[in-house]
Write a protein that binds this ligand. Structure first.
Ligand SMILES: NC(=O)c1ccc[n+]([C@@H]2O[C@H](COP(=O)([O-])OP(=O)(O)OC[C@H]3O[C@@H](n4cnc5c(N)ncnc54)[C@H](OP(=O)(O)O)[C@@H]3O)[C@@H](O)[C@H]2O)c1
Length: 274
């Protein structure tokens, strides 16, 4: 890959992407420039990954073919306002084909395109498991985005998990499901652990059982492609233990609680301007 990657913001998500992109040789370290305000963090990133590091966002903008925004949404305006865009820069010229990829929650394509006029923009919504390479990212193209730009964006996020393409109006729905989903699953796992402890298991054993059960079930569904309802049917023998547990889940509205959780997060994402 000969494209040059610029990353603005070397925090949790910036580093997760950086480390795996290098590991998988999608980008070589000398083709990556990352900007980060904290000196200590800069030293860490430079030493750990042998990439170019700076405190100056403009340097990264001037360098990059693909510009990844990995800052907090709250600092978006402050970061973008001073950048010189769409004008020739000393020793380099700002090309309108520079792809801008944003992972900023709640910053719509319209704002990205206003900030980077004429440039192709992709809005992405990754989730936290991306930090261990098991992420789920949705990408949405902007108005100037060509297939090669989507390919470049897809390549970034495939380094940290799976990627789906959606129209931007579905990003709030994605936020409600895969964006917020790790929180729901964490609550469910914690409750399963407490349930195990309640019936006599040591907490460490209950934790191992709960996590591996969720992981294994997800892997089984993904590997075989069978419908979740079919798996449920297969594991419920007449008068058995699992149907007793499921009957209780149904009586307390577990299924509709999850449906409404996704809806509540979707609505909150819309309120926040997603
Ligand atoms: N983490 C997730 O699971 C997740 C999931 C989906 C979307 N996102 C999105 O990803 C983005 C980054 O999240 P994160 O969890 O990686 O946050 P984070 O760890 O706080 O990373 C943001 C980084 O940007 C740096 N920064 C702050 N001001 C800057 C500036 N003016 N120029 C350059 N860099 C600057 C911060 O440095 P300081 O620490 O010194 O301020 C920090 O290192 C957010 O917009 C979030 O919405 C994250």
């Amino acid at each position: 890959m000969s494209a040059k990657l610029g990353i603005i913001g070397g925090g949790v998500m910036g580093e997760a992407l950086l480390s795996r992109l290098i590991d998988q040789q999608v980008y070589l370290p000398d083709r990556i420039y990352i900007s980060e305000p904290q000196a200590q963090r800069q030293d860490f990133l430079a030493t750990q990954y042998q990439v170019n590091v700076t405190a100056d966002n403009q340097t990264v903008v001037a360098f990059a073919d693909v510009l990844l925004l990995a800052i907090k949404p709250q600092v978006f305006d402050a970061v973008v306002a001073p950048l010189e865009l769409g004008r020739p820069l000393a020793g380099n010229s700002q090309r309108s084909d520079q792809l801008v990829v944003s992972i900023l929650a709640g910053v719509p394509i319209q704002r990205l395109e206003a900030a980077f006029p004429g440039q192709p923009v992709v809005r992405a919504m990754p989730n936290t498991p991306a930090t261990v390479g098991a992420g789920m990212t949705a990408i949405a193209p902007g108005n100037h985005t060509q297939p090669q730009h989507l390919h470049l964006a897809r390549q970034l996020f495939e380094a940290v998990g799976e990627v789906v393409e959606v129209a931007e109006h579905l990003i709030d729905a994605v936020t409600g499901l895969s964006g917020s989903g790790p929180g729901y699953v964490a609550v469910m796992i914690e409750a399963l652990i407490d349930g195990g402890v309640a019936v006599g298991l040591p907490r460490a054993t209950a934790t191992q059982l709960a996590i591996q059960t969720v992981l294994g079930t997800a892997e089984l569904l993904q590997t075989t492609g069978i419908h979740p309802a079919e798996l449920k049917d297969r594991v419920t023998s007449p008068g058995g233990t699992t149907i007793a547990g499921i009957a209780h889940l149904e009586s307390v509205g577990f299924r509709s609680a999850l449906i409404e959780a996704v809806r509540a997060a979707y609505e909150r994402s819309r309120e926040l301007g997603g």
